[in-house]
Design a protein around this ligand. Structure first.
Ligand SMILES: *Cc1c(COP(=O)(O)O)cnc(C)c1O
Length: 413
């Protein structure tokens, strides 16, 4: 009766089974009209998602990668420009920068939030860059490339320190584009106006992904841009649709980056549950926190600053013997992941890039110690207790076999 069962890292089957009738009827109605690309379903979703993000405009696109790329292109990022981001993110962030014609440059992360460290950003802008006396434009001191934008990533569902980032951006006239692909519904308390702001409402534009495993996921590929800039939204509408203003009238070359009507319909159904699912994720996070605090050998749990309301896309802890712990959890039937094992500046894909430092100590230290534990709205307290019990059992085993090695497990945030 009290049988220990497997705990998946992520359960994508249960929520879709629960909504099966509604999801199938989306498909049925699309068959009725054969309106598969764009159309009213997409427009409705755009309206509803803009509203969810407290942003005036939303443009739905084919993926989160498209959303980042099109935002940069529409914001006027040009060939040879520099876009500043962080090394610990999914490669789509920097792919989008490169594919928009710009070059990624990294600043290190804050050790506690795992997000862009505003002090590192400031240091980069002050020491590596200077304002061109003739043009008034911020450029790299040595290469004279224009610094065009800052692209903070709201990693794991927690927003980057936007007040501090926006302050730097304003000082130098830079655009801030949020990579909100993991942060649907996350919030940030701005001291500037004394209120909470949703992810996707603070930057010049923000990119969202609806990859199935994200907090709001399609049943396939999907993404969206939110913005408060009407002209930017209009440009992205063109870019996603072959640069056309109307059918076969092309003002520019664009892309095939539109959203399927079926995916939009599915997203409309699921959007109604997003706030509740995010709340459930927050409850699961508090439960983990409580269990880890009560356990003998806690790992270091995520840190949520008072200005943040995270939506826990991932629940990431740190431990020194990460591989050992993952192996133990696997044997116990518990799924885990690493987000991400290799910081981007050390990826083979960027070995050819000149002009980027090869050492970002915080990102590297963190990448070697992070483990993502099971986290999804349907996770039960009982399953969480089992996860934490196994983590503690592993830690206890380590104490017996080698006290020196177990040190990292006692670390708390
Ligand atoms: C998922 C993700 C993306 C890319 O989204 P896709 O929809 O998979 O193209 C970009 N950035 C981050 C941080 C992501 O997590």
């Amino acid at each position: 009766m009290n049988r220990i069962s497997n705990i998946p890292f992520l359960d994508l089957v249960t929520p879709h089974r629960e909504l099966e009738e509604q999801l199938v009827s989306v498909f049925r109605s699309a068959l009725g009209t054969a309106g598969f690309i764009g159309g009213p379903m997409v427009e409705e979703f755009e309206k509803e998602f803009a509203q969810f993000c407290d942003a005036p405009y939303c443009v739905a696109v084919g993926s989160g990668t498209d959303a980042v790329r099109f935002s940069l292109m529409a914001a006027g990022i040009a060939a040879g420009d520099i876009v500043i981001t962080v090394p610990n993110t999914f490669i789509a962030t920097t792919e989008a920068i490169s594919q928009a014609g710009a070059q990624p440059r990294f600043v290190d992360i804050d050790e506690r939030t795992y997000n862009m460290d505003p002090a590192m950003l400031q240091e980069y802008l002050e020491t590596e860059c200077r304002i061109n006396g003739h043009t008034g434009v911020l450029e790299h001191r040595e290469t004279r490339q224009r610094i065009a934008a800052i692209l903070p990533v709201h990693l794991y569902g927690q927003m980057a320190d936007m007040d501090a980032i926006l302050e730097q951006a304003e000082r130098y006239g830079l655009r801030v584009i949020e990579d909100a692909c993991q942060a649907h519904g996350a919030m940030y308390f701005s001291k500037r106006d004394g209120r909470w702001h949703k992810a996707g409402s603070m930057g010049f534009a923000a990119a969202f992904s609806f990859y199935p495993g994200k907090n709001l996921g399609a049943c396939g590929e999907a993404g969206a841009v939110t913005t408060h800039d009407e002209a930017l939204a209009a440009r992205i509408r063109m870019i996603r649709d072959h640069g056309q203003i109307k059918k076969y009238y092309h003002d520019m070359e664009g892309y095939n980056g539109r959203l399927d009507a079926i995916q939009a319909g599915i997203l409309r159904v699921k959007l109604q549950y997003l706030a509740r699912w995010n709340e459930q994720r927050r409850e699961r996070a508090s439960e983990y926190q409580r269990l880890f605090e009560a356990a003998d050998n806690p790992v270091s749990a995520p840190y949520e600053p008072s200005w943040s309301r995270a939506v826990y896309h991932l629940y990431v802890v740190r431990t020194q013997d990460r591989e050992g712990m993952m192996a133990h959890l696997k044997t116990s039937g518990i799924g885990t992941g690493i987000h991400y094992p290799i910081p981007l500046h050390l990826q083979k894909a960027y070995a050819h890039l000149t002009g980027i430092p090869r050492h970002f100590p915080v990102s590297e230290e963190v990448a070697a110690e992070i483990v993502s534990l099971p986290m999804f709205p349907q996770l039960t307290a009982k399953q969480q207790a089992q996860v934490v019990r196994e983590v503690s059992r592993f830690a206890a085993g380590k104490v017996v076999s080698g006290p020196a090695e177990s040190k990292g497990l006692g670390r708390t945030a």
